[in-house]
Design a protein around this ligand. Structure first.
Ligand SMILES: [Zn+2]
Ligand SMILES: [Zn+2]
Length: 246
């Protein structure tokens, strides 16, 4: 019983570490330049991403920028309107891999501003090595089977529930504040560091804060404000600086 609780709590922590590194570093910083991070803070997020997801920053950025360039039109790597809702909701990761495989020039075209540094070349570009390190660390701390269980729950939730809900659910159902094809779902936002406020994001891509109305909450925003107060981040204007709050 206690072991099951430890597994669930640890999995929740690992999932949220990956979620916050994804939204703050991969999405808001590397993709959209909504904020800039001190190299030390960026390194911590890059390390977390490496051991929890194995994602290569330039690839993720390229696929996501292409999504913004062709949102729900021919060329969008993962549009539920083109591919069907369940295809994206369940198979988001396969659409992501297909986008990279079918378009070998995608990184050069959409992420040429991101130059790999020494850490990328030696560590962060080697996703499977990062995942191996992460899983080994979990097993060393929790024991073999509990460690593998945490890794399995994390992988399932991050890949097949949370990330896919942004591209599937948040382009299908929910409410809109702005005139675009994405939607906001508050529950998804609570679980994804604010990413579920996806209609707001498509409305103002360079806003470092994804919430707009007073009733919306972006869990990553207090962390970005803390990093800014500590001198570890600088951010652009938020949606609310540009548009008055309804
Ligand atoms: Zn979108
Ligand atoms: Zn975006």
């Amino acid at each position: 019983m206690l072991e099951a609780l430890t597994i669930l709590i640890t999995a929740a922590i690992v999932v949220q570490l990956a979620v916050f590194a994804t939204t703050i570093y991969l999405h808001r910083t590397a993709t959209h330049g909504a904020l800039t991070l001190h190299p030390a803070a960026a390194w911590v997020f890059r390390f977390i991403l490496w051991i929890t997801t194995g994602i290569t920053t330039r690839e993720w950025v390229a696929v996501h920028r292409k999504h913004h360039a062709f949102t729900d039109e021919e060329g969008d790597p993962h549009s539920p309107k083109l591919e069907g809702f369940w295809s994206v909701q369940l198979g988001n990761v396969f659409h992501y891999l297909k986008a990279l495989r079918n378009d070998p020039g995608i990184v050069t075209q959409y992420a040429r501003d991101l130059k790999p540094d020494l850490f990328d070349r030696w560590l962060f570009d080697h996703g499977p090595l990062g995942l191996l390190l992460g899983i080994t660390a979990l097993c060393a701390v929790l024991g073999l089977w509990p460690g593998l269980a945490v890794a399995g729950i994390h992988a399932f939730l991050y890949v097949f529930v949370l990330s896919s809900s942004i591209n599937g659910l948040c382009h299908s159902i929910g409410y809109k504040n702005f005139d675009n094809s994405a939607t906001n779902i508050r529950l998804v936002a609570y679980l994804t560091g604010g990413e579920g406020l996806h209609n707001n994001h498509h409305g103002y891509q360079r806003s470092p804060k994804l919430s707009f109305k007073r009733s919306e909450f972006d869990p990553a925003w207090p962390i970005i404000k803390l990093l800014t107060a500590l001198g570890l981040a600088q951010h652009r204007k938020t949606i609310n600086d540009v548009r008055s709050t309804p």
